[in-house]
Design a protein. Structure first.
Length: 334
């Protein structure tokens, strides 16, 4: 997701590099990988999808050269301050796409591995796309370029000059700008804007390739030994942009909804988007108070026995072929 440039953005890569060097020298760290989707799709502007063949190649590399931990093993080391085994890895997924059930789970089972899946509870069984996918479909996948004068005063999209012909560049700009604006809103305000956007642009069905899990799928999925369920808020906001009460609601309700749907305890959480701008010290306190054992962020780094339990780093994985994945892992691994 795009973000504004500030001095923090400029310094951040250097801070990561220094921390990574320190952790590499100390050893005993775990590489936590972050996936979102396992599926082949023709268009993926957020680069969230890894093809099933590529994902299997990743698992083969991990099987032969690394030690993939179960979630219980990861807990044991992080929560008790124990040195992680050499070349240890934890697999995690965010959001709760149906493809996790149909493509990722069977491959994890085949290789005898387990992953921690953080689920945005409000989308399960909703039959609608995650909000960033819906914005992509509405603004980028139209047969003709959009007329952007949508009469949406709350959503400031670029409108072409009077008399100008709309073009695909306008659509791209509108898409990027909509993502930035919608990310900052509470879920109910974002949903209200999406309804207006939907009715302005015209009816279109959700894409079957982009659906979150149904409740039935989630239940079957959660029953697999390859799957451990965590929470990821209800409607996937950038938590730090919300007042404390709304943050608490998003965090606690996602845990309660998943526990109610599945009849299990859900003691894990990850911050939506997960960059340093998407959660605050208040968010961390709320995650701890909600009863989560640990919470994942989304910036690179290693997890070691002294890592903060409520903002541990993860390495984002892209749709890399096996050899590139192996190369990237060598760069990541402590
Ligand atoms: Zn997410």
């Amino acid at each position: 997701m795009p973000s504004g440039n500030s001095w923090k953005d400029v310094l951040r890569p250097w801070v990561y590099r220094m921390r990574n060097t320190r952790d590499r020298m100390l050893g005993g760290a775990c590489t936590v990988l972050l996936y979102h989707r396992v599926i082949d799709i023709p268009s993926d502007p957020q680069q969230l999808a890894v093809g099933p063949a590529e994902f299997e190649a990743h698992l083969q590399v991990l099987k032969s050269r690394y030690r993939v931990l179960t979630v219980a093993e990861f807990d044991h080391h992080l929560l008790h301050g124990k040195r992680f085994p050499d070349r240890s890895v934890l697999l995690t997924f965010d959001d709760g796409y149906a493809d996790n059930h149909y493509f990722a789970r069977p491959l994890l089972e085949k290789y005898g591995m387990q992953a921690l899946f953080y689920i945005a509870s409000g989308y399960m069984g909703s039959g609608r796309e995650f909000w960033w996918d819906e914005v992509e479909r509405l603004l980028l996948h139209r047969p003709v370029p959009l007329l952007l004068d949508l009469q949406l005063p709350d959503l400031r999209l670029k409108v072409p000059e009077a008399g100008a012909t709309p073009n695909r560049g306008d659509d791209q700009e509108a898409y990027a700008s909509a993502l930035v604006q919608l990310r900052k809103l509470p879920g109910n305000e974002r949903d209200a804007l999406l309804i207006k956007l939907r009715s302005s642009i015209g009816p279109a069905e959700p894409r079957s390739t982009h659906l979150p899990m149904s409740v039935e799928e989630l239940r079957e999925f959660a029953a697999s030994p390859a799957v451990v369920i965590g929470a990821h808020t209800v409607l996937h906001p950038s938590l730090a942009q919300l007042p404390e009460g709304e943050q608490r609601q998003e965090i606690s309700a996602s845990k309660a909804q998943l526990e109610h749907l599945l009849g299990i305890s859900v003691p894990y959480f990850s911050y939506p988007f997960g960059t340093g701008a998407d959660f605050s010290a208040t968010t961390e306190r709320l995650a701890r108070a909600a009863g989560f054992r640990h919470t994942a962020a989304n910036y690179p780094g290693f997890v070691h026995a002294r890592s903060p339990q409520h903002r541990f780093p993860r390495h984002l994985v892209r749709n890399w072929q096996g050899p590139e994945f192996a190369h990237r892992m060598e760069q990541f691994a402590p």
